[in-house]
Design a protein around this ligand. Structure first.
Ligand SMILES: [Zn+2]
Length: 378
């Protein structure tokens, strides 16, 4: 995987622009930490002997050498890996043709994620800070979910256990509220991280799975634009950081594509322990858009006191809650053929109910209070 100089110069331009706009200096500590993690993984996986992973790691190391220390190598590895997995699933299921799509990545985009095309190369740009936020919210949710997975008390159903675990006065809910408002008002994920108690930040396991699958969903959405030829339809052939505005129809199609990929990946991997299903694919597919709804809602409460109505042509994507409702409907349809244990279903419903009815109202209240005090979102 060798990147052409045009792609490289584009990525450097995006990074320089993002650093100017966001004041996000390249962080040598972060780079060193991420590189070390990647090398650990390389050693570990080499022992495990998976050819696909070895090849992904080699591609990632090549990209690291080519792109330099602005990149987060762990995210680069995710992009290389997901690009391969998504393409495999898409080809097997007939969602994409045989032509390989070479791609590069760039972090620090100011939006959630966008895809652009430079000649034959596709560049996925995504917002590093946003993924750190999703990461840290997921960590706290995973903590609560792990408690649920270890079993409710006595004859308690999972739905009842969830209700108890996600009480509005609970430590986990209070911590989530603090984290989201801190990120929205400072724009700095590192400061938001500092607000989380150590014991609410599991280092391994479900937390990481959740983050990985959430990132894969976003990458699948972006690659969906490529495979479904939306870039050609939008007439996007320019060189440089021009953001493409797709029609909302294309955004919904890319969401559908990402759901299909997630469901297929799920069908391929349903061999794990009891709650693997709940904690990984399904949850990430459902929760990731909800986290974006939460963050954008908090911003809207601060800016406007509520969620302003959006029409086609305003903003690059349809409103997150509309997208979420559609993704949810797609998942429901796709899952009709997949048997889900009743308690898994109950726990997933309880979690969604928690986000909508327990977390959203106090978040709104908190943001309106801040708005009254003159605090502006970043
Ligand atoms: Zn899109």
């Amino acid at each position: 995987m060798l990147l052409p100089s045009l792609v490289l110069s584009f990525i450097r331009d995006v990074q320089a622009r993002a650093i100017r706009e966001k004041g996000f200096a390249p962080d040598p500590d972060k780079y060193a930490y991420a590189s070390a993690k990647l090398w650990d993984e390389l050693e570990h996986k080499n022992r495990a002997g998976s050819e696909a992973v070895k090849s992904d790691l080699q591609d990632t190391l090549t990209l690291m050498r080519e792109l330099g220390p602005f990149q987060n190598p762990v995210h680069l590895f995710g992009l290389v890996k997901y690009n391969r997995e998504i393409l495999e699933v898409a080809r097997r299921s007939g969602y994409a043709d045989e032509s390989w799509v070479p791609f590069a990545s760039a972090t620090f985009g100011s939006d959630n994620a966008v895809t652009i095309r430079i000649r034959q190369h596709y560049v996925v740009i995504y917002n590093d800070g946003l993924f750190v936020l999703v990461d840290l919210i997921s960590a706290q949710l995973s903590y609560a979910l792990q408690e649920l997975a270890s079993g409710g008390e006595g004859s308690e159903s999972l739905a009842q256990a969830a209700e108890r675990a996600f009480d509005v006065e609970s430590e986990i809910v209070q911590s989530l509220l603090t984290t989201i408002t801190c990120f929205v008002t400072t724009g700095d994920p590192r400061r938001a991280v500092e607000k989380i108690a150590d014991h609410l930040l599991p280092q391994d396991g479900n937390h990481r799975l959740l983050r990985d699958t959430a990132l894969r969903f976003v990458v699948a959405h972006e690659l969906g634009h490529v495979y479904l030829h939306h870039l050609e339809d939008a007439g996007q052939e320019t060189i440089g950081p021009t953001q493409v505005s797709f029609r909302w129809k294309s955004e919904y199609e890319a969401d559908d594509f990402a759901v299909k990929i997630a469901i297929q990946a799920l069908a391929d991997s349903r061999i794990g322990p009891r709650y693997k299903f709940l904690f990984t694919e399904l949850l990430a597919v459902q929760v990731q858009p909800m986290l974006l709804v939460l963050v954008s809602s908090a911003k809207n409460y601060l800016e406007h006191g509520g969620i302003p109505p959006l029409r086609e042509g305003e903003g690059t994507h349809p409103p997150s809650d509309l997208r979420f409702a559609r993704v949810q409907a797609r998942i429901d349809t796709a899952l009709r053929d997949v048997s889900i244990a009743e308690d898994e279903d109950a726990a997933a419903s309880a979690l969604m109910a928690f986000i909508l009815s327990v977390l959203l109202p106090p978040l709104k209240e908190e943001c309106l209070k801040l708005r009254h005090a003159g605090v502006r979102p970043v």
